[in-house]
Design a protein around this ligand. Sequence first.
Ligand code: DHB
Length: 401
Amino acid sequence: MTAPDRTTVAIVGGGPAGLMLAHLLRARGVDSVVLESRPRERVESRQRAGILEHGTVDALREVGADARMVESGMPHDGFAFHVHGERIHVDMQALTGRHVMIWAQTEVVKDLVALRLEQGEPLLFSAEVLAVDKVDGPLSRDGEALVRYRYDGAEHELRADVVVGVDGFHGVARRAIPDDAVRTYERVYPFSWLGILADAPPSSDELVYARHERGFALLSMRSPSVTRAYIQVPNDTDPSSWSDEAIWDELEVRTALGDGSFRLNRGPVTDKSVTPMRSFVAEPMRHGRLFLAGDAAHIVPPTGAKGLNLAVADVRVLAGAISSWVADGSQELLDAYSDTALRRVWRGEHFSWTMTTMLHRDPDADPFDDQLALSHLRLVAQSEAYRTAIAENYRGVPLGM
Ligand code: DHB
């Protein structure tokens, strides 16, 4: 693909948020260029979460990237907590009238990439963004913002009306904002997740989130024959220090039910990795002609699978705002973007923090925290109102909330 030098929207980052934004903009008649620093194979093979809120499913349907999801995704009406051997069932469909879809982020990305290339629209892989420049100042249609990037052995400049930074937590876009123009909030957790993919049928029809004396465990899935599972481990754990057998043993202990009724299916482990846990928010999510979305602006710990869903919610709001400005020059929605997106971001931050602190055990923490978490879980078991609140957050709150 030749290196483009002018567009309306320069999208820095070709993960799910950047790709989804490009598609939503195209559907509204707005042209964009997507620059992704990694090669296509890397983008398409990264293992991430696998739960789509109904709003994310709707967005995939809207842009026409839903065929494989409809065919192979697994709608889930509920999930279970296993707390020190006791089962609490959350019937999301009954409590909220909505379900979620199990469909891996990796697969979402593959479909969004394939569709973009099929359309012949600009999407450059291995295009390393060196700098985002000239984003200070008012909005204009004169291509005043500048993205410098290296592609195919040469340096290039892309002029754009607006730049959207969707290049993740470590990306260059957020760094284009002066330190005194952004406020950050952060929490780092004293544990990580060791995750596996395994050729084993899921051990139950629904996901199991377990809290045990020895820590958190999660049983998820990718298909009727593939299990995805996680256990809480100390930070800086080397995944190769855990044998497959030891991981299965730990999953079995942590997810067991007191009456012995829960059986864990084991199988060959095909992937093993460690994920650190962090909460982070940068606000505002805009500086002049630069807009941030997804992990470039906020990170959630994985418990509850909100990361991808928050990113897609950001770009749904942003696509509407940019296209309204392009159509008739009205800046109202773009001016409101950061506040609108942040309300939902903080809802996701609170929910992910709640799920994380309620289900994990920090062996060095004040025992007071353990008692609070256990009391919270008892309340969830006893109160339909609490289960409803959890279910509403899990399946996804409305866009503007
Ligand atoms: C998965 C990840 C999560 O963080 C979660 O809460 C549920 C499922 C997953 O990877 O399947």
